[in-house]
Ligand binder design. Structure first.
Ligand SMILES: Cc1cc2nc3c(=O)[nH]c(=O)nc-3n(C[C@H](O)[C@H](O)[C@H](O)COP(=O)(O)OP(=O)(O)OC[C@H]3O[C@@H](n4cnc5c(N)ncnc54)[C@H](O)[C@@H]3O)c2cc1C
Ligand code: SF4
Length: 339
């Protein structure tokens, strides 16, 4: 590991000023915020990340879950994944988020991992983590070893000729279906960024993963209130039942309208370069009865444009089935739903 200076700021302003000394908040940043460390320290040991300064956030507070005036919830960036998953309000009103968090990693990791760190966790592409290999995300312009190499766990949606890395987070998929908002404090003050606008597609610049600028610190994530009667579900498909990243996953947040599907939000994990929302599928389902053919049509629409690279072709069919199963489970009891 490359030596670094460790800071323990006692205020947000101090942390932002320290972070602002870096030329970038993206890959290769010379100053990094440290939360649970379960992503960052691994990458530093592998020398994928070599910050000269590390800014520990633990003294900033930011560890509370609080109601918002509009009836939603504000989740501090330092709230652990365990605390968030087991929060009674989250379990009752945002069950999809609790289920997504509990499907990730292990108890020990969830106790350390934080909301802000999970939001910003990095890809599990093996070449990104191996400094001997070509990787445009780690070293812009060096190539992409995954395209002709091992890519079974990588993305089929939102890819480019420069990078096909998948976003590995389960939490992000639930946040996407919940229309969460990411709150950031930076050198320009405070910003509220809808999660749909937070992560960037790889395009020709896969090293740029989010809209964050130097000094930008995620303070909290807010969840809007959900209409009464809303149901939700997170379904994760993976190689083994625990301690494994998603091959495909689906978050559904659905509000029935009388005997039909009213509003529905669907987000996918494991298959996209960013947490992936599928509005075309949502539009097909709104106002419909959840018949098997309606669910199949929505799942097909969700995967339109998906492209595998050989080893990961199976993910397209897997994701389709994941969506159908998640929707069928979430729609149980509505007229037209499969028994
Ligand atoms: C063995 C293993 C298995 C795992 N399995 C899963 C899984 O199945 N599903 C899953 O979703 N995840 C999984 N994870 C990933 C885990 O969820 C993440 O490592 C964790 O959520 C990161 O949170 P952290 O607080 O430890 O982040 P850190 O490592 O502290 O930080 C991660 C990144 O976020 C930045 N950062 C952190 N907080 C802030 C902030 N407030 N503002 C701005 N920047 C910030 C850091 O600078 C760093 O770049 C696994 C990890 C491991 C090691
Ligand atoms: S898929 Fe992306 S992260 Fe993986 S080697 Fe290619 S450029 Fe790097």
């Amino acid at each position: 590991m490359t030596p670094f200076v460790l800071h323990h700021p006692g205020s947000l302003a101090e942390a932002v000023a320290l972070g602002g000394q870096s030329a970038t908040a993206q890959q290769g940043a010379s100053v990094r915020f440290l939360a649970g460390g379960t992503t960052l320290l691994d990458l530093m040991k592998l020398e994928v990340e070599q910050p000269a300064q590390v800014v520990q956030l633990r003294r900033l507070g930011l560890d509370r879950i609080e109601p918002t005036p509009d009836g939603g919830l504000a989740v501090g960036a330092l709230v652990s994944n365990s605390a968030l998953a087991h929060d009674p309000v989250v379990r009752q009103r945002y069950a999809v988020l609790s289920e997504a968090l509990l499907s990730g990693a292990s108890v020990q990791l969830r106790n350390m991992a934080t909301t802000g760190g999970n939001l910003l966790q990095r890809t599990r592409c093996v070449y990104f983590r191996d400094t001997a290999m070509a990787c445009n995300k780690r070293v812009p312009g060096s190539g992409c070893a995954a395209l002709g190499g091992y890519h079974r766990n990588l993305a089929v949606l939102g890819t480019s000729e420069h990078c096909i890395a998948s976003n590995p987070s389960d939490m992000n998929v639930a946040l996407m279906a919940l229309d969460a908002v990411v709150h950031v404090t930076g050198r320009q003050g405070e910003r509220a960024i809808p999660i749909r606008a937070f992560h960037l597609l790889p395009g020709a610049t896969p090293h740029l993963e989010t809209v964050l600028a130097p000094g930008d610190l995620v303070t909290h994530v807010s969840l809007p209130p959900l209409p009464p009667g809303t149901r939700s579900l997170y379904l994760k498909l993976r190689d083994r039942a625990s301690y494994e990243f998603a091959l495909a996953s689906c978050a559904v947040v659905l509000t029935p309208d009388a005997d039909r599907i009213g509003r529905v939000a669907i987000a996918l994990g494991g298959v996209g370069t960013i947490p992936w929302r599928v509005p075309q599928a949502e539009r097909l389902l709104a106002g419909q009865q959840p018949t098997p053919s309606a669910l199949q049509a929505a799942a097909a629409a969700a995967l339109q444009g998906a492209r595998g690279h050989g080893e990961n072709d199976f993910k397209i069919e897997l994701a389709r089935r994941c969506i159908v199963h998640a929707l069928a489970t979430a729609c149980a009891g509505l007229p037209g739903a499969a028994p």
